[in-house]
Design a protein around this ligand. Sequence first.
Ligand code: FES
Length: 579
Amino acid sequence: FLEFRSIPYGTKRDGELVLNRYSSLVTNGYEFPGAQAMLYAAGIKSQEDMRKKPQVGVASVWWEGNPCNMHLLDLGKAVKEGLEKNGMIGWQFNTIGVSDAITMSNQGMRFSLQSRDIIADSIETTTCAQHHDANISIPGCDKNMPGCIMAMARHNRPSIMIYGGSIKGGYSERLRQPVNISSCFEAHGALMYGKISEADLDDVVRHACPGPGGCGGMYTANTMATAIEAMGLTLPGSSTTPAESPAKMRECLRATEAIKVCLEKDIKPRDLITRESFENAMVVTMIMGGSTNAVLHFLAMSHTADLDLTIDDFQRVSDKIPYLADLKPSGKYMVTDLAEIGGMPSVLKFLIHANLVNGDIPTVTGKTLRENCESAPSLDPGQDIIRPLSNPIKSSGHIRILKGNLAPGGAVAKITGKEGKVFVGKARVYDGEPALIASLERGEIRPDENTVLCVRYEGPKGGPGMPEQLKTSAVLMGAGLRNVALITDGRYSGASHGFIVGHIVPEAQVGGPLAVLKDGDIVTINAETNQISMNVSDEEIASRLKSWKAPCLKVTRGTLAKYVHLVGDASHGAVLDMF
Ligand code: FES
């Protein structure tokens, strides 16, 4: 990665350690008077401040139109004030972001994964171009977290992530039950199959999201936040402190104290983003029943930090780590419930004591992960959110890496154990999710026959952007169709559950075997042997592929067209710089 000119660590000025090692290049001396003029205009008050104070970029993925992100500007302001109190200068800036729930229309969802890389690009750009000495990033929605961490791995200046926090749970008076974002999709499925009324659906929709915060189950945002906390890149408790709690504001202040420690001790992202910390991230993802998107994002983060994590590492970890957390989407509880029993510090303390998580890794506090968690309350034996190791929900991880003649380059399955371990069914093939949704709306999926619904041309290039198939999986749940499995070269939302396999590589658009799967072929998904295959011989697949022609790309201009040309496959994180 590009090493920028900076004053060497350890340099002293007037007997004090120089902390503004990057910004000094423009704020000291008279080589760049124009830069200094601009900085005075932007708020620097004195020459002393100009010359001595470290400048910290405060990057929030703020925008108004999404509960996951709408409060992040205020968190950024609190960080800026904290920086000033602690003798630093904070520069707030924003990146773009998209709401995975709002992009859910097929067109919008094509931009979701791409937003991860734009977030990384924009934070990297501002940090490096503006000579920031450090960075505090404040993400909220799914792709925000990996985007922020990828940027940190690129600029490698002292950095801390503050997660925006989870939303409160909602409640539907009509249905007399707690509701959340995935209840909306399931209620839609229930409406389609006549199980609830339109008024019931409307009540669910109106009460599912009662304020700011990321989706509150162990969906992608919380999966990434808990894993990143286990990597030591946040303050203890960041991932489970609710969005609206006063503790979230206090965290913003504490983060500014911690960033000073990072500057003083020269703790940089690449000191923390290591093979060891990725092991912790993978373990926590399995324990918590996290989203399949974690596979894609960890691979992308690892690539950005020049590490060699592979898709097979997930299977290795999944084989030895149980699934313990009874959290939504397949469990009972929300992350706000987890916060009440001690939150992530208590979970990490438990996992460190059980030797499942490495407590010796360094963190942004300047202490080890173990030291950070020591004072957290131990998990109460009476709680049932995190099961004991002696009574797991599943004795191995729920994420399986499948391979076979349908996915020679790999696929990612989420099998919690509730769905069974092997599924065999007749393929029903759809080119894109809308075709499948239309088929469901026509009531074409038979409840009395095992069916493997295949949604293809939804990969990184074909989608483009690997759109999530949340709607389909949730509608199937809501409709009560339990005898179906869903496979795709696209992705699933962290809120998806059921017998689902995504990230199939190679994708259909580039001539993967999925492109020649036909209605009626028998597909076998075996989560014990980690295989996904169709009952079609290699010769027949080769012959079908001979007469197959790639469909035209869906976009030829604009940001997605650039994306299509650059994006790599899902088994390598769907990154844009795989050269
Ligand atoms: Fe933002 Fe779910 S849509 S976290």
